[in-house]
Ligand binder design. Sequence first.
Ligand code: GSH
Length: 193
Amino acid sequence: MKLFGSYTSPFVRHCRIAVLETRAECEFVESDSAVSAVRSPTKRLPFLEDGELLLTDSASIIRYLRERAGQPFLPDVRALDRFCLVDTALGAAVNLFVLERDGITPEQSPYLKRERARIDTCLRTLEADAPFVDGAFPVPASAPTDDVVLRLACFLAWTQFRRRLSLDSYPKLSALLARAQKYEPFAVTAPHD
Ligand SMILES: N[C@@H](CCC(=O)N[C@@H](CS)C(=O)NCC(=O)O)C(=O)O
């Protein structure tokens, strides 16, 4: 099994954590957009190859890894919805980041203003979800970790790595990220250029 990805992507990081937690025999192939452009129809990272099987999204990759290991993945509709909420904010933040690199900012586009507003409302909703946020990463943490929590921690860490937003207005999310940094599979997959 081969996982294609970069060391900076939060989507790839989540997959790498799932590989560690499931102890899957999986080779990590460091790749860039030139590789994904020809090997995945989405032209995105990550993607996973296992024999004839090609998986083109981090969610299906993580589910595949968890299923093979007998571990749960987003077991109920509440978990799925929270995962989608985090992913909506993450997708918007990544869009703003790459478009800014192309010289396109929210000041030039009402749609991008909505993308920016969406990140705040999703983060505020998660910050207010006290039982969920406070219960994330109990000490001592035991694998496998909840994939909503992992997705959220990967997202928050990426915002700090890319200096995209301050977490000062989100003390509970900030505390969650601090706890996550102490969890080994999370710590060893920290983004780097
Ligand atoms: N829904 C996808 C999103 C993956 C994604 O957006 N990956 C980024 C890297 S962080 C990418 O490959 N972007 C290149 C592009 O959009 O052209 C997943 O969960 O795997």
